[in-house]
Design a protein around this ligand. Sequence first.
Ligand code: FAD
Ligand code: NAP
Length: 568
Amino acid sequence: MPVTTDRSTGTREFDALIIGAGFSGLYQLHCLRDRLGLSAQVLETADGVGGTWYWNRYPGARCDSESHSYAYYFSKEILEEWEWSERYPEQPEIMRYLNYVADKLDLKRDIRFNTRVASARYDEDANRWRIATETGEQYAATYLITAVGCLSSANIPDIPGLDSFAGDCYHTGQWPHQGVDFTGKRVGQIGTGSTGIQAAPVIAAAARHLTVFQRTPNYSVPAHNGPLSDDFKRYMREHHDEIREVMHSTPNGHPFRIADRNVADVAPEERLAIYEKAWEIGGLRFRAAFRDLLLDKAANDTAAEFLKNKIRSVVEDPETAEKLANIDHPYAAKRPPIDTHYFETFNRNNVSLVDVRAAPIERITPSGIVTADGEYPLDVIVFATGFDAMTGPLLGIDIEGRDGMTLKDAWSAGPKTYLGLAVAGFPNMFTVTGPGSPSVLCNMPVAIEQHVEWITDCIAHMRANGINRIEADPEAMEKWVAHVNDAANATLLPSVEHSWYLGANVPGKPRVFMPYAGGMTRYRAVCDDIAAKGYEGFRKSGNHQDTGRNGSTVGDFAPAAAIDTPGV
Ligand code: FAD
Ligand code: NAP
């Protein structure tokens, strides 16, 4: 319910507006409405909750985080009531989960669906954010929280002739709710990231023929998905606190610890045995075999070689195997996919692989895709081509802060934030999982719960202390940006030129390493420390009795050398 509706303008007035009804927006609404007692409204483009899981309904879509960790941990009751069925839940199961949470907490009554936010403008005189939707509805609030997701802005490459294609085209992140029937169809799939690697085996099983257009070959580790045993379900029910403790004390927020050993600590035969065991366990746990895989190229080379040999041992046709194994980046320096029979799919006689790095896609015609090697006739094109990650959804809204400064201008050379949570010049605006936060390098629900709780505590602090306005100090923000760069540069992550972490997948996007690679544990400690010091590095104004220091008094966050194993 709005606090009031301005009769002359029709503006609906709230304490807080939240954009997005995925994992982040749902929890943010619960915190602000039910814990702080604020009037709060979520605005959401989709006609239901779920965010990522509402949009990504492509064949094979499922979680890469293990089910017992891909969940909210703030409510013991929710943890006890919900039971996951598989090691990695499929998209419909996650949608059921998020709907269950939204219904249990009675959130939907304060979510306005089918409502895309087009613009948000800070009105300095009124100290209010004024929001307009695509259809012209007006909202206003003191606090604006963007929970728009890191991976919610589909990236469809601008390939000449795309509009002329006579068949059907789909982006995996905008998949039709009624599904797609591939029976008897010649399907072309562009993209071999986490999505393409999940989708290809399932599409191949249904289609007449699948052609995979691969630009960058990729590693993948078998997920070894399967139903959860009764024993494991009991373990999950009885050990929430221990599981949470592990997730909160590892850099990447997953429910397992990264081994405390370097590759060089073990002899080659033992190393191989460790990799074999990690391969058998499967999933993202492979990455936990050694501490230094993302810190030391020589260490990483050993994992890379092991995984390339696995590809060669699975794929029967040597030429196809070499195209798949011709990987030019360190393992896990791009988001590492996990799969169910991805490489085996290339042993099917209805699947072929096209190397579009060797022979680039030139154009799309009414009947198919043309590369430098000729035309591939198709009935359907699937774009598994990823997202305009992290900045795309935020810059998709026309956001204007203090003194007419737009977010587009503020980020023209790449995004800058303080902690990934706030931007100088944009008072009382909070960005859940913004650039500069660990977010995508972490098991995301862990990061999301931390962000949302920190924002909630900050707003509670403001209200308790008569602070009307809070804004990141430009100098503190620059220090954080420098720290984000240092953290990335201490790892192998920025060494990959064709990584979406750097924005390289979107033509014209500034090349800036966007997520915080210093690990979730360190990040949480920094955020807690800043809050404990009265929100150090923020400018505050109002009638406050605040004891915290205004402005850019923040110290150094951590020397680059101290960055331990990063997320992923
Ligand atoms: P989202 O779920 O993206 O929700 C954002 C919402 O904001 C969307 O519903 C969108 O419609 C809405 N929105 C955006 N802009 C506007 C606007 N202008 N107006 C109104 N509404 C707007 N993470 C993991 O940790 N583990 C995984 O295994 C994992 N699997 C993934 C699989 C896929 C296919 C993808 C794409 C991502 C995956 N992720 C995974 C990352 C995933 O995005 C997060 O785990 C999490 O779901 C993000 O939640 P969110 O609420 O922050 O954002
Ligand atoms: P992605 O990792 O960005 O992969 C996109 C793929 O499309 C890449 O292979 C890319 O090649 C290719 N591509 C893009 N434009 C192209 C063009 N013009 N021509 C040819 N190829 C092109 O996207 P994604 O696979 O959707 O995954 C994005 C992120 O979402 C993941 O990294 C992960 O964080 C998340 N995700 C998670 C899961 C899960 O956990 N279950 C599943 C799916 C996605 P290049 O590499 O050469 O750019």
